[in-house]
Ligand binder design. Structure first.
Ligand code: DGL
Length: 309
């Protein structure tokens, strides 16, 4: 086992690296332009990967990242004091996201995954213009859903902010214009996940209510357009029924991260060996509570520390 402490590592200065487009939804013409300031000469394979979300939702992405890239070290930051982002304005979300990314950049991370649809949609362009390391965002899996549907009706569950965003409308126009796509704001579910309420009759009652605007349209694919929602996937699948396929973006994000690191020659050198990298979990709010929620979502115990941006 390698040393799991990331803090003591003497990491070189942040490299200037490629600004790749995000996700499997290509091309992202307006929001995911490449940064023209490329300099891939300073790949830093030993540096950790930073993963950020408004709270605990990004842990569902972190979990998949650790399966895909187990040898990497990770620093996870959940901005729990300001969660939920989905009830905030775009300007507010952008400012908070820039602050969170700065915190991670200061730790010498080699790449940041913004494991939050709401933050990605509002702030990705600004964050990429502010920092020069590779930044991977999350996009709702509308394109795969449009390919997958048999009856031509898909539902997209997102935060209130993301559900009414121009960005989502554009995504639907680009990739789902020939089918019926329905979006619903389900920010109540973010609150449940942050509380650690992931299953049970009360959770299913709320799910039935907030997903009704989608299930009432007889959808056969449900896109989880918020990274919090996969944390309650079993309950969601139970509520929507077997005839509805439930999909998210985690696997696409993990593949995208691997490809970028490969291109940048920045994969951890122990890649392929039987070693598990380190993990630090940080939050801006109550660390004891976040430890409990994070452990429940990840399925193994983690001890979170409180960090202020
Ligand atoms: N996890 C975030 C997302 O994917 C949003 C949660 C929030 O509203 O803060 O959109």
């Amino acid at each position: 086992m390698r040393d799991k402490s990331l803090q003591d590592r003497n990491l070189p200065d942040q490299e200037r690296a490629a600004m790749p487009s995000v996700t499997e939804v290509e091309p992202q013409r307006n929001l995911f332009d490449r940064n023209p300031h490329l300099d891939t000469s300073k790949a830093r394979p030993l540096a950790p990967i930073g993963v950020f979300d408004s709270g605990a939702g990004g842990l569902t992405i972190l979990s998949t990242l650790r399966q895909e890239l187990p040898q990497e070290d990770y620093i996870y930051f959940g901005d729990t004091v300001h969660c939920p982002y989905g009830k905030r304005t775009e300007a507010d979300i952008t400012a908070l996201t820039v602050d969170a990314c700065r915190l991670l950049v200061e730790q010498g991370v080699k790449l940041i995954v913004i494991a939050c649809n709401t933050a990605s949609q509002a702030a990705l362009q600004t964050v990429r213009a502010t920092f020069s390391l590779p930044i991977v965002g999350v996009v709702p899996a509308v394109k795969p859903a449009a390919r997958m549907t048999k009856n031509g009706r898909i539902g997209i569950a997102a935060t209130d902010q993301a559900a009414r965003s121009v960005y989502l409308q554009q995504l639907i126009a680009d990739f789902a214009s020939d089918i019926q796509a329905y979006a619903a704001g389900c920010s109540e579910l973010v609150t449940l996940v942050e509380r650690g309420d992931l299953a049970g009759p009360a959770v299913e009652l709320t799910l039935r209510m907030v997903l009704a605007p989608l299930t009432d349209h007889d959808i056969d694919v449900l896109v989880l357009g918020c990274t919090h929602f996969p944390a309650m996937r079993s309950a969601i699948e139970h509520v929507v029924g077997e005839h509805v396929q439930v999909i998210d973006s985690a696997a696409a994000i993990a593949r995208r991260t691997r490809n970028i690191l490969l291109t940048e020659s920045a994969l951890h050198p122990s890649q392929g060996q039987n070693q598990q990298g380190g993990l630090q979990v940080w939050c801006s709010g109550n660390a004891e509570h976040f430890s409990a929620v994070a452990s429940a979502i990840l399925g193994y115990p983690v001890a979170a520390s409180q960090k202020m941006q």
